[in-house]
Write a protein of this length. Structure first.
Length: 376
């Protein structure tokens, strides 16, 4: 059996090494390290893939979120609603911009932001909602957009974990996740479904004016060299990373299908145990692309299972062990434990098993047999 890894990037690279190496060699030979032709080619290719008017590459996914908020000209004190159960970057950028983060609970079945939580959190100071498409599953964008439109709020999609996922709206129209709100941010961190070999990110929008503002922000506020029209940052996707992403993008749908296929096999094996809650999804649907494969252990043995798997050489992780409202950096007297029953429960039950494009049947069987043997 191949060595188990949480993400097997080496095996994935072996299948596309010629394209990747050629792109990197092109950058080295032409000395186009920053904002070179490969950046513009990847940008155009991703716009076409997503069906979005504007993709603005940047240095990483956290920058992408921050720049999206900067582009909307949110002011200090403006309230931004987001999920309590997610990675800290989502709330981090809100705090960095001196906006007021408002954390709400998530739904137990899909682990995405609670619609009731959003509705209850809205005040006259609320200016935006940031739904996170957690673990690769699309949030309920129909309902979120309806709430936002009713209250005249921006929707900033945190699409760091779900690139390539589709969302089918109530009228049957399919859109790529990240193209539905006013603006979206994604990450190209190496372990992502579309990942580079360093840091990278991008902002998506169909708003021409917003795209123009954001293009200036990512480049020190310049549209013309040494003319600084807006307050900006230095956040550019380098050409080598763009070359890697350009080589990978044509494979993204196949990568996501491989993840879904692995998730289906996991589910079939693990669902026989009543102490394991597997993620529900429609294999023929496309609203979940499994950035992570996360199960819940309901008998109180999650931590013991984690230790057992690690002892057996099976990589695994807990996303996320501490809710954001309990983190020292984001604690606030406004938050009460009774407001976050689902998040608190998930933090005690979730565990992520290896998930990547190169998982094979032998590996999945070994992992699932080990889990079931421990929990029998």
């Amino acid at each position: 059996m191949k060595k188990l890894q949480m993400v097997d990037l080496k095996s994935q690279y072996e299948k596309i090494k010629d394209e990747v190496n050629a792109s990197i060699q092109d950058v080295l030979e032409n000395n186009t390290y920053i904002n070179g032709p490969l950046v513009h080619q990847f940008q155009a290719n991703l716009e076409k893939y997503l069906g979005v008017k504007h993709v603005i590459p940047c240095a990483n996914g956290t920058d992408a979120l921050q720049i999206a908020m900067m582009g909307l000209d949110l002011k200090p004190g403006d309230e931004v609603i987001t999920a309590d159960f997610t990675f800290a970057a989502t709330v981090e950028v809100i705090a960095l911009l001196q906006l007021t983060p408002v954390l709400v609970d998530v739904d137990l079945d899909n682990m995405n932001i609670s619609l009731d939580g959003i509705r209850k959190a809205i005040t006259p100071k609320t200016k935006a909602i940031v739904p996170v498409h957690l673990f690769g599953r699309a949030a309920n964008m129909d309902a979120i957009m309806e709430i936002a439109n009713e209250h005249n709020l921006y929707v900033i999609e945190d699409n760091a974990q779900a690139i390539g996922a589709n969302y089918t709206d109530k009228n049957g129209k399919k859109s790529k996740v990240g193209t539905i709100g006013q603006v979206a941010a994604t990450s190209f961190f190496p372990s992502k479904n579309l990942g580079c070999y360093g840091d990278g990110g991008a902002i998506f929008t169909n708003d021409d004016n917003l795209a123009h503002i954001i293009r200036g922000i990512v480049n020190h506020g310049m549209y013309e060299r040494y003319h600084h029209d807006v307050v900006g940052v230095n956040s550019r996707l380098d050409s080598i990373q763009a070359g890697v992403l350009k080589a990978k993008l044509p494979n993204l749908d196949a990568y996501n299908l491989a993840r879904k296929t692995a998730a289906k096999k996991y589910n079939e094996a693990l669902s026989v145990n009543n102490n394991i809650v597997v993620p529900s999804f429609d294999f023929n649907g496309d609203d979940h692309v499994f950035h992570q494969y996360v199960i819940r252990i309901t008998n109180g043995k999650r931590d013991a299972l984690l230790a057992h798997l690690q002892e057996k050489g099976i990589p695994c992780a807990i996303y996320y062990p501490i809710p954001l409202h309990s983190q020292k950096a984001y604690a606030d007297v406004r938050y009460k434990e009774e407001d976050f029953p689902v998040t608190n429960q998930l933090c005690k039950e979730v565990i992520a098993l290896p998930m990547h494009t190169e998982l094979d049947d032998e590996q999945i069987k070994f992992i699932t047999d080990t889990v079931l043997e421990f929990l029998k």
